[in-house]
Design a protein around this ligand. Structure first.
Ligand code: 1ZZ
Length: 585
């Protein structure tokens, strides 16, 4: 058993040097770039040696690479150096204004000292630093310019399972990013759990288009293949979004057995592939199609299974999962070769926190809610449903906060002791036993299986992409003096089976504005800054947005008022047709 990902990569290079671990589809289709186990190890040593020479051991190193093999070798280079990798989206030249503030906040929070990137992005460093001065304070290194013979200078960092591996910045808004601290031990233990439940034999083929900056793309798409001795075919998320059939074509062409993504990806495939294209695909080798990272919808599973039955897709391949970065990645999984459980619950009872199954005769869309089971706690880990107010454990069938514990639970949030204590050190109030990770998600158990029914935290997930209401509200409020600062709420609602964004803003009595023009420019600003089209934008009277006694926005209460038509509406604009968000996760 390896103690670190470094040991693991070294062992793989020694035992199977010529095996191709990663194949990246440069054009999303047929043009391949490959990386063997030996090449990965040699390039990681070369990049690791350079970082060590520059004094990066123990330091945070920002990774700014587009998806591809260079991203992978740079990530392993950081690990080999004994540095702490901080994966981030590379800034988009055409949208610097949108991407740079988050990058700057991330650099400050991580106290990063180095940037590892490609020579193409390095060439833009000076220009970007003019707009984001923090970038100038970092030491920049281009990982694709490191000569292979530098590998011989590499020194084992002498790490163990408790050593830090990387910071996963998926949580927190732009204003207050939160980096989840993951050790080598966390990653290896979650990989063991995934391996046990996925049951992937060595040398199986997998396919992933998931963004490599997000836990599911990085751990599931890059680390798991190394751990499970898989051979994975990767394509960029943009190539997938541009033409979703590329994902399925890759599965078909490479005869892949393991692949998956968030619920929206399956819907997108149904919407964007004509029947004649489906018939040309062979999905009969696909034995495990995982679905997680956002609510799993029964209708999506049904639609996809039906649409792709002519391609040989089997509904038993669907594999429901639930997880979060704070738990490394995977918290629960379904059972292999068994279609996910779909249960119908009485809507009213669910709203009271009770999971009562609806009789078949009363399964109207308004009386009952179909939920897809997310499976069982991964081996070696435990789940608990706790009352949100009292922290008392709840029996099966009662809704509460999902708590999780075991070796996959991360160390906390980087440099945030109070938030770490609040989230990672929960104790049950009856016995005082703990610590548990509070997930901020709501759910219940039926026969030990988890059903996720909602979210306590304000996080909005649209098409597998995490959005923070604070960021959307800030963009909107700063648009016009008639919009009152700190008096808006962003949240999501279910519209015809899909989560959609709603923005509610207070308009000032004393500032003149033209409602329709203001609503149009709000839409435009949110779309261009966040690449999401709000379903509805609502202007309400001054002083009418619900707030706590300490002046904090109550987004959930605002959502309730919106749904029950209880807002003091001045004007509203509803999107006529649904437009897709661009970048997932
Ligand atoms: P993140 C080999 N959420 O999304 C590949 N699942 O993390 C293995 N809500 O921190 C792949 N229903 O960004 C295994 N089923 O967001 C994949 O997302 C296992 O609100 C799934 O708190 C891993 C997803 C990782 C991820 C976490 C938040 C959660 C929750 C929501 C995730 C969900 C789900 C409903 C689900």
């Amino acid at each position: 058993m390896s103690d670190t990902l470094i040991d693991l990569a070294r062992q793989r290079a020694a035992s199977a040097p010529e095996e191709v671990l990663y194949t990246f589809l440069l054009d999303g289709e047929t043009q391949e770039a490959r990386l063997t186990c030996a090449e990965l190890d040699r390039q990681a040593r070369a990049i690791g040696a350079l970082l060590q020479e520059r004094g990066a051991r123990g330091e945070r190193v920002l990774l700014l690479h587009p998806p591809g093999l260079e991203y992978i070798t740079a990530f392993f280079g950081c690990l080999y150096a004994g540095a702490v990798a901080v994966p981030a989206y590379p800034p988009e030249p055409s949208r610097l204004q949108r991407t740079l503030p988050r990058l700057e906040a991330l650099i400050a929070d991580a106290r990063a000292r180095f940037v590892l990137t490609t020579s193409a992005i390095h060439a833009m460093a000076g220009w970007m630093a003019e707009q984001a001065p923090r970038l100038a304070s970092l030491t920049w290194l281009a990982s694709d310019e490191v000569p292979g013979d530098a590998a011989s200078a590499w020194k084992e960092p002498g790490f163990n399972s408790q050593s830090l591996a990387f910071l996963q910045y998926t949580s927190g808004s732009t204003g207050s990013p939160r980096g989840v601290v993951l050790t080598h031990g966390n990653l290896l233990r979650n990989s063991t759990a995934i391996q046990q439940t996925f049951g992937s034999p060595p040398r199986s083929r997998a396919v992933s288009w998931l963004p490599p900056y997000h836990d599911m793309g990085l751990i599931g798409g890059i680390l798991q293949p190394l751990y499970g001795q898989l051979s994975i075919v990767l394509l960029s998320p943009l190539d997938f979004l541009q033409r979703p059939a590329r994902w399925l074509e890759a599965i078909s062409r490479y005869r892949a057995r393991f692949s998956g993504g968030p619920n929206f990806a399956y819907d997108l495939c149904v919407r964007k592939t004509p029947p004649e294209q489906r018939a040309a695909l062979d999905l009969s080798t696909w034995e495990l199609a995982f679905t997680g990272a956002e609510p799993i919808r029964a209708e999506t599973l049904e639609r996809f299974a039906q649409a792709f039955a002519p391609s040989g897709f089997r509904p038993e391949a669907f594999f429901g999962c639930y997880g979060l970065a704070e738990g490394t990645l995977c918290v629960t999984t379904g059972r292999k070769a068994t279609a996910p459980t779909v249960r119908h619950f009485q809507r009213e009872a669910l709203e009271r926190g009770e999971a009562l199954e609806s009789p078949v005769s009363a399964r109207g869309p308004s009386d009952s809610r179909a939920l897809v089971g997310c499976g069982f706690a991964v081996p070696g880990h435990e789940l608990l449903i706790a009352d949100t107010a009292s922290a008392m454990p709840l029996p099966e069938g009662r809704t509460g906060e999902i708590w999780f514990r075991g070796p996959s639970v991360a160390q906390g949030y980087w440099d945030k002791p109070e938030e770490t204590a609040r989230t990672f050190q929960a104790h049950r109030s009856d016995t005082g036993e703990g610590p548990w990770l509070r997930t901020g998600d709501l759910g219940f158990l039926v026969g030990g299986e988890l059903f996720v029914s909602g979210r306590i935290k304000d996080l909005i997930i649209l098409r597998g992409r995490n959005l923070y209401p604070q960021d959307l509200e800030q963009t909107a409020e700063s648009l016009h003096p008639a919009l009152r600062p700190g008096c808006s709420a962003a949240f999501s609602v279910d519209v015809a089976g899909e989560e959609r964004l709603v923005l509610v803003l207070e308009a000032s009595r004393s500032q003149p504005f033209e409602p329709q023009a203001l609503l149009d420019s709000l839409r435009e600003a949110v779309a261009s800054h966040h690449e999401v089209s709000p379903y509805e934008v609502v202007l309400i009277s001054q002083g009418s947005i619900p707030k706590t006694s300490s002046g904090k926005i109550q987004r959930r209460a605002c959502r309730e008022l919106y749904l029950s038509d209880g807002l003091e509406v001045i004007a509203r604009s509803t999107l006529a047709s649904s437009e897709p968000a661009r970048q997932p996760a």
